[in-house]
Design a protein around this ligand. Structure first.
Ligand code: DLL
Length: 446
């Protein structure tokens, strides 16, 4: 089936919910509007926080007459969920909540979200849809390498894959050698992980002498963090799989918001019957034109447990509604590479980690593993990039290594327009992760 897609044939690929996924856009927008009206009325009625805000702004649910009227509604930020922790935004009695999850955020008060049975059904439908879009079929054997804790990744993907009819192997994250053995012994066909953990699994497999080309593994369902094009290409080349990317966030559901189809390899279809997506200027909050990059704002259209309105994701992307060759009509978002809040300001210059990633990706001598350190030295910002050498590129010659280091520093400076201290690290020297990679240490005193 994937072979058909690779050959550019999409007509006979199965869709999880053909009527919804290929719905004409006019109808889709009408469906969104009907749901939005209901959702705003529900939220106003059930959640004191929103009722209070909307009263203050002089907006009532009856003011929502078109999809553009969503702009009359207040934004929601992570801080809203923190300030109302734990249950302040819940719209139902705890008796009606059947599962709780929490954000993976490491700083500040956590945020917690609750799902009703209906929310869980929508969630697993969204996942079943996106995994099928990625080439997974009923009968696939799917091995979970996300953790099964409060993180939405593990259980979210698990339920959806089961709903599609896959056999789940709930291995969880970590114990990488065991993952390889399970793939081999159980004939795993689908691997679920963050792209950085997938890279680690790939490397450990190679070190163990595992033959990825002969492996049963066919599809990588990766997500939870950016998967830059170079990393995707490397995973596909070394693991001999089709590597797909899916996106989501705890505050609006977890994974399941959008996923990559087999035709559009750098964009993801949004489940628009369940989410209304806007893209706004991250500073002014005003909408940007279709095709312009801005911050993604999401409103879940049928969430009962926590019905958030206009959630500011901080993720930077752009939307297109151009028809897709896969036949799906739902808008596509560019793969998220950066967040509005991960921009570093180095001596007055804006630097996105994704720019560093892209420069390193163009250098043959280094692996996709990198680490950025920002410090204050002599009262000034100092940027250090640690990059890991490929084993075959190591040299005993100090001069050769120094030349390589300088070339990389010059390339980084040429793109970033700030001086960078480059540190070459031996193969395997950059810490591997079993979850989301932490690429940046900002140690500046503020
Ligand atoms: O990471 C949900 C998820 C789990 C999605 C597993 C896909 C697979 P949080 O822990 O709340 O939820 O983190 C959400 O992670 O705002 C993005 O910045 C980032 N993120 C998630 N998926 C992607 C992706 C889950 N495919 C935050 N590409 C989001 C880029 C992603 N960034």
């Amino acid at each position: 089936m994937i072979a058909a897609a690779q050959a550019g044939r999409f007509d006979d690929l199965p869709l999880y919910d053909r009527a919804i996924e290929t719905m004409p856009r006019e109808e889709l927008r009408a469906l969104q509007l009907a749901k939005l009206k209901e959702q705003v009325a529900y939220t106003y009625q059930k959640v004191e926080h929103y009722r209070h805000l909307m009263d203050q702004m002089g907006v009532t649910p009856d003011d929502i007459r078109t999809l553009d009227d969503i702009r009359k509604l207040p934004f929601t930020d992570k801080s809203t969920l923190r300030d109302t922790y734990p249950y302040g935004l819940f719209a139902v009695d705890l008796d009606d909540i059947i599962e709780l999850h929490a954000s993976s955020g490491t700083t500040g008060t956590p945020i917690v979200v609750g799902y009703t049975r209906a929310d869980m059904d929508v969630w697993s439908d969204c996942i079943a849809r996106l995994v099928q879009m990625a080439g997974v079929v009923p009968g696939d054997i799917a091995q979970m390498a996300f953790g099964y804790g409060m993180f939405t990744g593990g259980f979210g993907l698990h339920y959806g894959l089961q709903k599609l009819g896959c056999a789940m192997i709930p291995a969880g994250s970590g114990n990488t050698e065991r993952h390889i053995k399970m793939i081999e012994d159980y004939g795993t066909t689908v691997l679920i992980a963050t792209p950085s953990y997938a890279m680690h699994i790939c490397e450990v497999g190679e070190q163990m002498g595992y033959d990825w080309e002969a492996s049963s593994l066919r599809v990588g369902l990766f997500g939870g963090e950016p998967c830059p094009p170079a990393l995707k290409a490397e995973l596909e080349r070394r693991m001999h799989i089709v590597c797909t990317d899916n996106y989501g966030l705890t505050e609006v559901m977890g994974p399941g918001v959008s996923g990559e189809c087999l035709a559009q390899r750098f964009q993801q279809h949004i489940a628009e019957d369940h989410f209304l997506a806007e893209v706004v200027d991250p500073v002014t909050g005003e909408p940007v034109a279709e095709d312009q990059v801005g911050e993604l704002v999401l409103t879940p259209l049928d969430k009962q447990g926590i019905p958030v309105l206009r959630y500011r994701t901080h993720d930077l992307t752009r939307l297109t509604t151009e028809p897709c060759v896969c036949g799906r009509t739902h808008a596509r978002m560019d793969k998220v590479r950066s967040r509005s809040d991960d921009m570093l300001i180095i001596r007055g210059t804006n630097v996105f980690p994704s720019q560093i990633e892209d420069v390193l990706a163009g250098i043959d001598e280094v692996t996709p593993h990198y680490h950025i350190i920002v410090e204050t030295k002599d009262g000034m910002d100092a940027l250090t990039v640690e990059t890991e050498l490929r084993p075959e590129k190591m040299s005993d010659s100090f001069e050769q290594m120094e030349r390589m280091r300088r070339t990389i520093a010059d390339k980084l400076k040429g793109t970033l327009l700030v001086g960078v201290n480059v540190r070459l690290v031996e193969p395997g020297g950059i810490q591997r992760t079993t979850g989301k990679a932490k690429h940046i240490d900002d140690l500046r005193q503020r």
